[in-house]
Design a protein around this ligand. Structure first.
Ligand code: AMP
Ligand code: MG
Length: 412
């Protein structure tokens, strides 16, 4: 049976999916969505030269001798328009954000001055031309592209959208995602504890992973290892845009996912990937719907989600950046590795003077969910590697956070 590399499998997934269509959303509801349009500035910002400080607008050439005394001819508050042109020896009291008067070429902050009687101020510090002035259009120019499609809407982006007066914007529609677990041994969260059963954790861990991307998934429950029951559940799942099936994708005689999916007309693009944990991972399409067969082992299921489902969902959501952020770290210990599969090791990160270090979270069995729960990231051991010695540099894919990047950020 053919094993794809992680990179080839990721590429296959990304080539098989595209961004969904656009829909309008109010600015108040836009956080976490993805812009589906180009946004341009609707005016120069600031609209004129303004003061960056509370202080005095003045002519810098008047400060040849320090201290200097200047006559205050006007008081300009934010929202006012100046009415006077400054002559030599004159200044205007000015507030942050207020327009600069004609004749002035600098601002001095109030802390560097002393008020004197009769509208006179003593300036205790010389300033260069342009000091503490925010220039017309330095923030954005009228007509300039300020945001491009594929941009994740963060609080900063919302601020820019409000600046250009966009009360409503076009964002990409989000895919609808369903999650199905399979296995006779599984016990539902709402069922009484049976010591002979295995709690269904995958549905919920996957739910959390989907929610972390900003999508509310639908949980379809547990299908028993029975071809008819599985077919019924899979059909329901294929009413959604993306179906995640956990378990039953391996080669055991009761692993019915493969024949049942194929009987439903799925065009499967891969069934195996050369990775550890997680090699029995499948991906295919049924018309426009996409289906992932994730391994039953809890850690494998989560790692396969990170490597394949995250890029797929983010591409469908319209994100320009599809992959989790990776950083470089030094391993604090040796890592054994047989060449062959790309290995993902759950690690804790620590910041040290020379950069980050990575330390295994403990036993790395594919059922050891606690090792995943504790992890900051996944250290990637390339497939051709013969093992790592303490101090070697590895790429670590961060498991948390909202910052993503264009590519996987690791080599195999
Ligand atoms: P499978 O891929 O179906 O062969 O399952 C591999 C292992 O993962 C078995 O030990 C299963 O009991 C376990 N497993 C399968 N599905 C789940 C699930 N939804 N939650 C927790 N463990 C599971
Ligand atoms: Mg099973």
């Amino acid at each position: 049976m053919e094993y794809l590399s992680v990179a080839a499998a990721q590429q296959c997934v990304l080539e098989s999916v595209a961004a969904f269509g656009a829909e309008p959303v109010k600015l108040e509801q836009s956080l976490g969505r993805v812009l589906a349009e180009e946004v341009r500035a609707n005016r120069d910002q600031p609209p004129y030269d303004i003061s960056a400080m509370d202080g005095y607008a003045l002519r810098s050439t008047d400060l040849a001798g320090i201290p200097a005394t200047l006559e205050i001819v006007e008081d300009i508050k934010a929202g006012d328009m100046p009415t006077k042109t400054l002559a030599s020896g004159q200044c205007a009291r000015i507030m942050t954000g207020a327009p600069m008067p004609q004749g002035a070429d600098a601002v001095i902050r109030v802390e560097d001055t002393e008020a004197k009687p009769n509208n006179v101020v003593q300036i205790n510090q010389a300033v260069k031309p342009g000091n503490d002035i925010r220039r017309l259009g330095e923030n954005m120019r009228n007509g300039e592209v300020v945001l491009t499609p594929g941009t994740a809407i963060t609080p900063g982006v919302i601020g820019v959208l409000a600046t250009v007066k966009r009360a409503q914007v076009q964002v990409y529609r989000r895919p609808r995602v369903a999650i199905l677990s399979t296995g006779n041994e599984l016990e539902g969260l709402d069922e009484p504890v049976d010591p002979n059963k295995i709690p269904n954790s995958n549905s919920y861990a996957l739910m959390g992973q989907v929610q972390a991307l900003g999508i509310e998934p639908v949980l379809l429950g547990i299908a028993r290892d029975d071809p008819d029951e599985l077919a019924r559940y899979l059909k329901r799942g294929l009413e959604y845009d993306v179906l995640l099936v956990s378990g039953g994708t391996s080669v055991g005689v009761h692993d019915y996912v493969r024949p049942t999916i194929e009987a439903l007309g799925a065009q499967m693009l891969f069934w195996r990937v050369a990775m550890k944990p997680g090699h029995p991972v499948a991906f295919g399409k049924v018309g426009e719907k996409i289906i992932f067969g994730l391994p039953g082992n809890p850690v494998s299921s989560m790692v396969c989600f990170e490597e394949f489902v995250v890029p797929a969902l983010r591409r469908m959501m319209g994100h320009a950046r599809t992959h989790r952020r990776t950083i470089e770290a030094r391993m604090t210990h040796n890592v054994k590795h047989q060449p062959g599969r790309t290995e993902f090791i759950r690690v804790l990160l620590a910041k040290e003077p020379g950069g980050y270090t990575a330390t295994s979270t403990g036993a790395q069995g594919s059922g050891m969910l606690l090792s995943m729960a504790r992890a900051d990231g996944l250290a990637v051991v390339p497939g051709d590697c013969n093992g790592l010695t303490a101090g070697s540099t590895v790429a670590v894919q961060l498991l948390d956070g909202t910052v993503f990047q264009d590519d996987a950020g690791f080599k195999e």
